[in-house]
Design a protein around this ligand. Structure first.
Ligand code: PEP
Ligand code: MG
Length: 560
């Protein structure tokens, strides 16, 4: 360690490895609802302030649009127009003159009325309601002289601190500027953590209330491997952390030292992830989280929109396998058109495949879109359903897929019931893919979003490993392949264990492919089976990890 003896270290769950240092910048929250009371201020001055604020916010958004490309540019251009929409401005000014409201209250009400109207019209306009609310918050902040809500815009790199961060916010972070991420809330396999790993920025989550004490611009060093945040570290530690670590490369095919084949695939969330996955050498896509394409949507995307969203991923992997997962909505990935916001236990609620019980047409539309996209491209398209918990669901899914001409239909094994019944499940389904993030959550009964339960949330737990072994046995009995696409696949030591348990493909964030391939390439299949046996025989996650690391000295040689 080169960072000497920092004054204060706070700990959480390290969810994305690497080190980064820089000034702390807090995520800015919206100013909130201005009070509804009559204002005695000069109404004409209030109207002028509204004109100035809407113009300034519109100009700011337009400038940001010019500096961006693709979908982000379209969104910014649209929001810039909303900010300067003459009807909105006139309505707000009318409310100042007629109702003696403060300018910020008038804007709040006028924009709220537009948003309500958009909501009630449904479809594309309902989605614009969210943009109107965003614009409203920006104009209100401007009128109050408060900071603009969201991730602050800065030219120089910084470390982002937040109470919590929605996956949709995380997906938009620019890793060139946001060099590290620390949150008060959040667990190790939350989707925010998964996205931070995919973007490649060091992240520590679930730090707790201690984070609130960290003032803006304090220099912090995030150690995503150790799960530590150092406050005011020495200058040499800051300099060392500022050099970004090189990523090990991978040249396919994946195999053990003695040539036992293990497919090494990538997890992708949307079109933009496809090219980096190809560049990282991925042999295909083992998990396409389609819901990530639509996290910002209030209404169901049309079949055409879905075909457009899936096509770039299929095109990037022509001739290769792409496993498309049907929408996995719920818990930390709510999709308003599929999930109920008022469930008491969303992780145990109507999520994943269960949403198809009430909304079978959404699944049918999605399968139509996947089948249409598959016809237009050369990829070998496989389809799988998330959160399958009963054999009848596997059968139902396979039948639905077949009716759309999708012949390779599989199930995710994410709950213990699916692992225990893997045999009959795989008598119906063409393959299984183990989602270790959820399998851990449901085996240990530990909410994956809760930092306080991080010690329980580990795929090294022998109970989880036994369920994986059972799934592989079910696959073997039916002659069906079993893969792993949860975060466990991205850990080199665990990858050896999983291969030893009988897993034939590993799908992970593209950045992890090099390390996992390097480890597998330095051990034999028999060694994988030996370490799998050691891990299964352990009585705790710690013992399993220690036993495997002790038996794989190559981990140290490879500096893994
Ligand atoms: C998992 O649960 O391991 C998985 C791959 O699905 P997600 O992380 O998207 O829930
Ligand atoms: Mg899952």
């Amino acid at each position: 360690m080169t960072h000497g003896d920092p004054a204060v270290v706070i700990s959480g769950a390290g969810v994305s490895p690497g080190r980064a240092a820089g000034p702390a910048v807090w995520m800015t929250s919206a100013a909130g609802e201005p009070p509804k009371r009559r204002s005695s201020a000069d109404p004409e001055a209030g109207c002028a302030a509204i004109a100035e604020a809407t113009h300034a916010v519109g100009r700011d958004l337009a400038t940001r649009a010019e500096a961006t490309e693709g979908a982000a540019r379209d969104v910014l251009e649209a929001t810039a127009q909303i900010a300067q929409d003459p009807t909105l401005v006139r309505d707000a000014q009318h409310r100042v003159r007629e109702n003696s409201l403060s300018p910020e209250r008038a804007v709040w009400e006028a924009a709220g009325a537009v948003a309500d109207q958009f909501e009630s019209l449904g479809g594309y306009l309902a989605e614009r309601a969210r943009d109107v609310i965003d614009v409203r918050d920006r104009i209100v902040a401007h009128l109050l002289g408060a900071p603009t809500p969201g991730v602050p815009r800065r030219e120089d790199p910084f470390i982002l601190l937040a109470r919590d961060l929605a996956p949709a916010d995380t997906a938009q972070l620019d890793p060139e500027v946001v060099r590290g991420l620390v949150t008060e809330e959040g667990g190790p396999t939350s989707h925010t953590a998964i996205l931070a790993r995919a973007i490649g920025i060091p992240a520590v989550v679930g730090v707790g209330a201690a984070l609130a004490e960290v003032g803006a611009d304090t220099i912090v060093l995030v150690d995503g491997g150790a799960g530590q945040v150092h406050l005011d570290p020495p200058a040499d530690a800051v300099a060392a952390a500022s050099e970004r670590a090189a990523v090990r490369t991978f040249t396919p095919p994946g195999a053990t030292l003695d040539g036992y084949r293990v497919e090494l695939l990538a997890n992708v969330g949307e079109a933009d992830d496809a090219e980096p996955a190809v560049r990282a050498g991925a042999e295909g896509v083992g998990l396409f989280r389609t819901e990530f394409c639509f996290l910002d949507r209030d209404s169901e995307p049309t079949v055409e929109e879905q075909v457009a969203a899936y096509s770039p991923v299929l095109a990037a992997f022509a001739g290769k396998k792409v496993v498309v997962r049907t929408l996995d909505a719920g818990a930390d990935k709510p999709l308003p058109f599929l999930t109920d916001a008022d469930e008491t236990n969303p992780a145990l609620g109507v999520r994943g495949y269960r949403t198809a019980w009430q909304n079978p047409e959404v699944l049918d539309h999605q399968l139509t879109a996947i089948a249409r996209a598959a016809k237009q491209h050369e990829a070998d398209v496989w389809v799988m359903a998330p959160m399958v918990s009963r054999v009848a669901e596997a059968e139902d899914f396979v039948t639905r897929c077949a009716s759309h001409g999708l012949q390779t239909a599989g199930v995710m094994v994410e709950v213990p019931s699916a692992a225990l019944l893997a045999g009959p499940m795989l008598a119906r389904a063409a393959f299984a893919s183990i989602g270790t993030n959820d399998l851990v959550q449901y085996t240990l009964a530990a909410d994956r979003l809760l930092g306080a339960l991080a010690p329980l949330s580990t795929p090294w737990d022998p109970a989880v490993l036994r369920l994986i072994e059972l799934t592989c046995a079910g696959g073997r009995a039916q002659g069906r392949p079993v893969g792993v696409c949860g975060e466990a696949a991205a850990s080199p030591a665990l990858a050896a264990v999983l291969v030893g348990l009988g897993v034939s493909s590993l799908s992970m964030t593209p950045r992890a492919l090099g390390d996992v391939a390097a480890l597998l390439g330095s051990v034999t299949h028999e060694q994988c089976q030996t370490v799998a046996g050691l891990a299964l025989a352990a009585e705790s996650a710690e013992d399993a990890r220690r036993a495997v690391r002790g038996a794989l000295p190559v981990l140290t040689e490879l500096a893994l």
